[in-house]
Design a binder for this molecule. Structure first.
Ligand SMILES: Cc1ncc(COP(=O)(O)O)c(C=O)c1O
Length: 450
């Protein structure tokens, strides 16, 4: 038996602390597609950690790069100083970014990347003399991390309601999830592109375009349960933003680095935003790091506007481009390229899609939606107990099937490492299918009352 661990002091993030601590789930090791629990059980990772370990766990090349950097130079500031690895990392990122997005601002995670991008958008308009553009537009059910900027443009009530007004002057588009019209779509849903027109017909009309700085969306809304953009939706957003001089930011914290079989979702959709926020797969999650990829002329506007020898953008973090993170980033980019992992994801996704849709018809499955190596399985909620059904499936997968899945509300979200093979895909969906088949029907509330 492993030593009992004192779980008292760690206030766990986004966790039902009391429930968790009553029966902790402890991961103690990881390699490739698997975790090992503290009691030695092997767990297939169906979520790449948290959408982040795209090349699989403890990749030897990434581990070695971090170890080597830790022994060479632990830390160097990037304020008025620099170090080789951070420039190398920025160059590697620029080389896989969509055309034109070749300037890179580093931070430490997705939340900081979002706040950084929003600040670049506001400052950009101001330095080019259009400082009335201060309004930001996000989307309902959007997740952009937990900074005040991110929760303001985000659209999750639970993440917002305790924290006051966050940023003023924020508006939201409706989200495009429409199970009524699009249930069990394979790939992009047919219906709903017209929801992008809201940007023009409702928000631009209401506020006037001269007040709007930027629109931020996740190409796929991951955290709230895999909400896919209907065919043509992102293209429409791009067109409307262009028409009114509004910057378009894609939050690619989960879609970056091969999740859809391309470097970024922007490449998959053929829509180039003005900025991309990324994190997670940026270092294969081995060291925290985030980044904003910025259109060169936006960057150049700052360079030209500031007096010579002046700091052009008053923003940054002590750990912007930390040497260990930069080393992990360079190594991760090499691994993705050398192992052809983005192409692998593209070629594996039809099999993944087929396996996902094999769940159609099982008890409580009300929708399956997928794109690339992402899929969402929406379950009917237990009456009066939202989240209970999916969480129960999560627990059974973990304790009984040796499979890690992720749930949000009553939606299972799967996003395995891109190295997953066909038998492992079968194991992942087979485990969920077995658990669903064994789920006890929940008595109708009215029947119980009668
Ligand atoms: C789209 C998106 N943006 C931002 C974030 C926040 O990233 P982090 O948790 O690294 O701050 C996430 C996290 O899942 C995300 O999915």
């Amino acid at each position: 038996m492993p030593n009992p661990i004192n779980t008292e002091h760690f206030w766990m993030p986004f966790t039902a602390n009391r429930q968790y601590k009553a029966k902790p789930r402890l991961l103690a090791g990881a390699s490739g597609m698997h975790y090992t629990t503290d009691d030695g059980r092997k767990i297939l990772d169906g979520t790449a950690g948290l959408w982040c370990v795209n090349a699989g766990h403890c990749h030897p090349k990434i581990t070695a790069a971090i170890q080597q950097q830790a022994g060479t130079m632990d830390f160097a500031p990037t304020f008025q100083m620099g170090h080789p690895k951070v420039f190398e990392a920025a160059t590697a990122l620029a080389s896989i970014a969509p055309e034109g997005l070749n300037r890179v601002f580093f931070c430490n995670d997705g939340s900081e990347a979002v706040d950084t991008a929003l600040k670049i958008a506001l400052a950009y308009h101001r330095v080019r003399g259009d400082g009335l553009r201060t309004r930001l537009v996000g989307r309902e059910r959007g997740y952009h991390g937990v900074g005040f900027g991110g929760i303001a443009v985000g659209g999750i009530a639970g993440n917002r309601k305790h924290f006051g007004p966050a940023l003023p002057g924020v508006d939201h588009l409706r989200h495009p999830l429409d199970i009524g019209r699009n249930a069990f779509s394979k790939g992009l849903p047919e219906h709903g592109a017209e929801l992008a027109d809201e940007l023009e017909q409702r928000i631009v009309t209401l506020h006037d375009p001269s007040t709007i700085a930027a629109v931020i969306v996740e190409p796929i809304q991951g955290s709230t349960g895999v909400i896919l953009p209907p065919k043509g939706y992102l293209q429409k957003l791009r067109t409307i933003c262009d028409k009114y001089g509004i910057l378009l930011i894609f939050d690619e914290v989960i879609t970056g680095f091969g999740r859809l079989g391309t470097s970024f979702a922007a490449d998959f959709f053929g829509v180039v935003p003005d900025m991309i926020t990324c994190a997670k797969g940026l270092t294969n999650a081995a060291v925290p790091m985030g980044a904003v990829l910025v259109r060169q002329d936006i960057h150049d506007t700052f360079m030209q506007a500031a007096p010579e020898n002046a700091i052009e953008f008053f923003h940054g973090y002590t750990y912007s481009g930390h040497p260990l993170a930069a080393a992990a980033c360079v190594a991760a980019m090499d691994v993705y390229k050398e192992e052809g992992l983005f192409d692998r994801a593209a070629s594996m996704s039809p099999y993944f899609e087929q396996a996902a849709h094999s769940l159609k018809g099982l008890p409580y499955v009300k929708d399956v939606r997928n794109l690339g190596m992402v899929c969402g399985i929406e379950l009917e909620s237990v009456p009066g107990k939202p989240t209970a059904r999916a969480f129960d499936v999560f627990l059974k997968c973990f304790w009984e099937k040796g499979v890690l899945i992720r749930t949000t509300n009553d939606i299972i979200a799967l996003s395995p490492p891109l190295i997953i093979d066909k038998p492992q895909i079968d194991q992942l969906f087979g485990a969920i299918a077995d658990v669903l088949k064994a789920e006890k029907p929940v008595p109708d509330v009215k029947t119980v009352a009668a």
